[in-house]
Design a protein around this ligand. Structure first.
Ligand SMILES: Nc1ncnc2c1ncn2[C@@H]1O[C@H](COP(=O)(O)OP(=O)(O)OP(=O)(O)O)[C@@H](O)[C@H]1O
Length: 574
């Protein structure tokens, strides 16, 4: 509750107004049976038409008053609930933006999305029903019991049995429900994960005619979710008939005992009618509370999942007062790294390396050999378990993260193009960039066609994930973006692979012009690209197998020889 309070305390005034009006609405409801009993017992029994009219008018006015109070109360509650949802989602999103790759790996994207949407909805339902209905319960219960006891003490003894029976039913169901709800949310995460993978990978799935297999994978997760949702719904479904049964038995008991009392002349018929209405109001209050408690245990699971994200501190923190980097040389001092602390093998093993300022370094190696992981450590996406990575002579944990990430520009393998315009995509790297800067960056990245001959120019819209651009266009747009950042160290992680050889050559010629003021690290498989590097690092199974120039490696490194040999018959002399 303390956690929810954080998100609703700003609406404290509305939190007071909503129950106040709800109290008025409940009072109107509670008055109705007594007015009705008075009409029957005093008005109808004595044939007093004026009395009946006066009471009926009072009933009408209390009904209208109750209705208006109810509407105001519901509006206030809905407003507070919507605001709470808005704040929780923002707080989750803000926290996620601080996460390092480690936390993103740990939670994974689908569960973060479920937590931001479905789990927040569960919490909102509870906030709404607490204000709207749950707070009615004490008023309805105490008010109903008070009015009922006033009508007949003897009949009220029925509540001594009915209420404990109802509480027992609700307790049994809730104990079970608390175990089921977290599993339902996990199953929903799993389904989201598969749906996301399948939809994003649809071109590949279609290409391999794998739709039936994907359908089976999706159906399995879908069935699993269905089974658990059914289990959770069954609990509620089972609870309702038992509550109704208790209600019906109580009604019969009232009519039976009440009938004897009327027969003995100790009770009027109108009072029995009123008592029955109070009984339904009291039992309704118990039912409402059971429903809200049921929802609460569901929301409890969601709340835990939300709180887990909000309370997670990122493992990569910028120091409070970071040291100033002296230049932009990068040093790896006997660095070993693994993604999973428990993993048997290191992803990178004993990396000892210096990348001097203005060097152009090529990195090559078999797939999965650790090339991307190596550059990921330079940007401090992760901290290594052993050894130190330094930038400008400062170990990365002592360096301001903003300074580090402004100084290093990375274009990754999977180009991240966002929906919006070309301009919006470019400005992510440099919000101050003008049209001329952007055009120049696009020209340098050989991506002129993205704005020239296009009606919208730089404002041309791009679809979600750059779906209306070819792979090569996406790569060049990503390269143009990083060029706008004007980084001291430019890292291209296999990001020229979708360019044709000629375009790549022209792009590398462009890069040559910055060689005096920028280090360039190029992960590539093409020998024609690697040849143009001052030194080439050959990675194999997480280790640096060899470092040297193209010519030296052709002499010394069997892995490099194999890569070169494999390409020699396809290589164009450029
Ligand atoms: N986020 C991650 N969590 C866990 N393991 C990872 C993660 N990223 C990469 N790995 C693993 O680390 C190893 C090295 O991966 P990395 O991407 O660095 O290789 P690479 O040489 O760049 O491969 P490729 O040429 O295919 O891109 C692989 O076994 C990979 O499965």
């Amino acid at each position: 509750m303390a956690f929810i309070w954080k998100y609703i305390k700003e609406d404290a005034l509305f939190l007071l107004i909503a129950p106040a009006f709800m109290l008025l609405s409940v009072a109107a409801d509670l008055l109705q049976p007594t007015l009705m009993a008075q009409i029957v017992d005093n008005g109808v029994a004595n044939g007093d038409l004026a009395y009946i009219k006066e009471r009926a008018l009072l009933m009408l006015l209390t009904t209208i008053g109750g209705l208006l109070a109810g509407i105001i109360s519901y509006y206030m509650a809905a407003r507070t609930t919507a605001r709470a949802g808005q704040r929780i989602r923002l707080s989750l999103f803000s926290k996620i933006t601080t996460f390092s790759h480690k936390e993103l790996d740990r939670f994974s994207v689908p569960t973060l999305i479920t937590r931001m949407t479905n789990d927040v909805s569960h919490v909102q339902s509870v906030i709404l029903s607490i204000q709207n209905t749950f707070l009615q319960v004490p008023f309805l219960l105490t008010g109903g019991l008070f009015m009922a006891i006033r009508l007949s003490r003897q009949l009220s003894l029925i509540f001594c049995i009915a209420i404990p029976v109802l509480i027992a039913i609700i307790a049994i169901v809730l104990v079970r429900a608390v175990k089921v709800f977290p599993v339902v949310q996990e199953k929903l995460d799993a389904l989201n994960r598969i749906a996301r993978e399948s939809i994003l990978g649809m071109p590949i799935i279609k290409g391999y005619l794998a739709e039936p297999l994907e359908k089976i994978r999706f159906s399995k997760a879908n069935d699993d979710l269905y089974n658990w949702q059914l289990k959770s719904a069954l609990l509620m479904i089972l609870m309702s008939p038992f509550i109704m049964m208790t209600f019906n038995f109580s009604s019969v008991a009232i009519l039976w005992v009440g009938g004897y009392e009327v027969y003995a002349g100790q009770l009027e018929v109108g009072k029995i009618m009123a008592f029955s209405t109070y009984l339904s109001q009291i039992l309704m209050a118990v039912m409402i509370s059971s429903f809200v408690i049921y929802m609460f245990s569901q929301a409890q699971a969601s709340l835990k999942r939300i709180q887990e994200v909000v309370d997670t501190e990122t493992s990569i923190q910028s120091p409070a007062s970071g040291k100033e980097a002296q230049g932009y040389q990068i040093d790896f001092d006997h660095v070993s790294f693994r993604y999973d602390e428990e993993a048997a093998e290191d992803t990178l093993r004993d990396i000892h390396l210096t990348i001097r300022e203005n060097e152009r370094i090529g990195i090559v190696g078999p797939t999965g050999s650790g090339k991307s992981s190596l550059v990921g450590l330079m940007l401090r996406f992760y901290d290594p378990q052993e050894g130190t990575v330094s930038f400008g002579g400062v170990p990365l944990p002592q360096l301001d993260l903003v300074q580090l990430r402004q100084a290093i520009g990375l274009v990754q393998q999977d180009n991240t193009v966002l929906s919006g315009s070309i301009e919006e995509n470019l400005k992510i790297a440099n919000p101050q960039a003008g049209a001329t800067d952007m055009q120049k960056a696009l020209d340098q990245a050989m991506a002129q066609e993205l704005y020239i001959h296009r009606e919208g120019g730089l404002s041309t819209a791009i679809q979600q994930r750059g779906n209306d651009l070819s792979g090569g266009q996406q790569q060049r747009l990503s390269i143009a973006r990083v060029l706008l950042q004007k980084p001291r160290v430019l890292i291209l992680d296999d990001s020229t692979s979708a360019l044709d050889v000629l375009t790549e050559k022209r792009f590398l010629d462009e890069l040559d012009q910055h060689k005096t003021e920028q280090s360039q690290i190029i992960i590539a498989q093409r020998i024609s690209t690697l040849k143009r590097c001052d030194r080439i690092i050959v990675m194999n199974r997480g280790r640096i197998e060899a470092i040297g120039s193209h010519e030296a490696l052709l002499e010394e490194s069997p892995t490099y020889q194999a890569i070169a040999l494999n390409q020699s018959d396809r290589e164009v002399t450029l």
